[in-house]
Design a protein around this ligand. Structure first.
Ligand code: 4AD
Ligand code: MG
Length: 423
């Protein structure tokens, strides 16, 4: 048995492929079957003159998405998708499919999302999910090769990390728990044990806003480093982004082409990235000092640059309780957001953490958080506290940007949004 992406290694050989009928065309004398197997699509050529009438009719009428095992001889042909075709020998129908609901013509997005379990077989998800897979591997390789320990954070948590308005509460025996919004607080404990750590997994936010950037379940990679400053983690963040984009350009030229992605902007994603302050950014988009950038401002800002930019020093009121404040200006946080270009917006949020016990206690009061749930977190400031910093990179936003697609819902296999939890 041979995967379609391996056909080029078998020119002239007889091979067996196992897959599904993606499409077929017929001229009466010849049937072209397009078979997909998840690694690619191969054209199989069936000549009426070479096979029995029954077999020819079967190939001519076999329903789309039927599962089939096909034997044929590999033949190099520039005109075939992938550059190789199979000259048909035999077909074994594993299961003849019912009338397949997704055709090769355009469908509305709701129709497709309702059938995401089937839509995943189509060309666009094929390309996007393969790019996502490359990004995941690049992220792990990047941190693993730099001495980080992967330390997974719990998904059931007793407390909020990113603000209490987006918490999902779940029953937990005779109390309740929350689905994790971020692994950060646990990574802060981790970096005091292992120096450099990262977690990589799902985060949950009950986002009530319907935007093209928000999912209720998304993936984040969150590195955290002891003795690191804001500057250190901004540097790390841009090296990470450069590495992810470079890996996709290396491994996924076919997928980027399938998506019609202009890769010129991606080839320019190299460190250093430009850094501007929040105040400069607010001026650029004509926003009053003090607010957070909404979707329109983010789009406007991110359209102004060709590479990702780091925006630093937000007013602390619009950021989470754990942010350390700038010793030179108490109104602002020692934080950064990285905005991807081409209108994409924020892909990373991070910064330096409050490392002084008294100040952190004050923040917990100010943000009206239940102190007892944060005792363990305060311990980190009691026993060997030190400056430390980290960030979270959103996987789906990054994939969306690299793929050049509009909406984040297409960048995850089964998207969860305010109005969708099926399938
Ligand atoms: O900026 P955020 O909220 O930062 C944190 O959660 C920090 N605790 C991370 C850290 O410092 N360890 O989220 C980080 C990133 C965002 O920049 C964005 O890419 C992504 O996570 N993100 C979302 N992606 C999709 N849907 C949502 N609702 C998202 N919320 C955040
Ligand atoms: Mg953020």
């Amino acid at each position: 048995m041979c995967y379609i992406e391996e056909l080029h290694r078998h020119n002239g050989d007889e091979v067996t492929i196992k897959g599904w009928v993606y499409n077929r065309r017929s001229s009466g004398k010849i049937v072209f079957l397009l078979i997909r197997d998840g690694s690619g699509i191969a054209q199989v050529v069936v000549l009426r003159s070479e096979v029995s009438g029954d077999v020819f009719n079967l190939c001519d009428t076999i329903p789309y998405e039927s599962s089939v095992i096909v034997i044929g001889t590999v033949h190099k042909d520039e005109r075939a998708p992938g550059g190789y075709e199979l000259l048909f020998k035999n077909i074994d129908v594993v299961s003849s499919a019912e009338n397949y609901p997704i055709s090769l013509k355009e469908h509305g997005i709701d129709f497709l999302l309702e059938r995401r379990h089937l839509w995943l077989r189509s060309r666009r998800p094929f390309a996007v999910m393969r790019i996502r897979s490359t990004c995941i591997k690049a992220i792990c390789d990047f941190f693993d090769s730099r001495g980080f320990v992967r330390l997974d954070a719990p998904l059931l948590t007793p407390s909020a990390c990113e603000g209490t308005t987006t918490l999902f509460e779940v029953p937990y025996f005779n109390t309740s728990a929350y689905l994790s919004q971020s692994g950060q607080l646990y990574m802060e404990a981790g970096c005091m044990a292992f120096g450099r750590v990262y977690c990589f997994g799902p985060s949950f936010r009950a986002e009530k806003s319907k935007t093209r950037r928000h999912l209720t379940e998304f993936w984040q990679v969150e590195p955290e480093i002891a003795y690191a400053t804001l500057g250190d983690v901004m540097q790390l963040a841009e090296e990470l982004v450069e590495y992810i984009v470079g890996s996709v350009l290396d491994k996924n030229s076919r997928e980027l082409e399938m998506l019609g992605r202009d890769i010129t902007p991606l080839t320019k994603i190299k460190s250093p990235f430009e850094r501007i302050t929040y105040t400069e950014a607010a001026n650029l988009v004509g926003m009053d000092w003090g607010g957070d950038f909404g979707a329109p401002e983010e789009t406007k800002l991110s359209n102004k640059f060709k590479k990702p930019i780091h925006v630093t020093g937000y007013p602390h009121e619009v950021k989470a309780f754990y942010m350390k404040r700038d010793p030179r200006d108490d109104r602002i946080a020692l934080n950064f957001d990285t905005l991807a270009p081409e209108g994409c917006g924020e892909i990373i949020g991070g910064g330096q953490r409050e490392d002084e016990l008294a100040k952190l206690e004050e923040r917990i009061r100010e943000y009206d958080l239940p102190r007892k749930d944060y005792e363990w977190y305060l311990d980190l400031r009691r026993y060997g506290t030190c400056p430390h910093a980290g960030f979270g990179l959103g996987l789906e936003r990054t994939v969306t940007w690299i793929c050049g697609i509009h909406h984040v819902r297409e960048s995850i296999p089964f998207p969860r949004t305010i109005d969708r939890i099926y399938p």
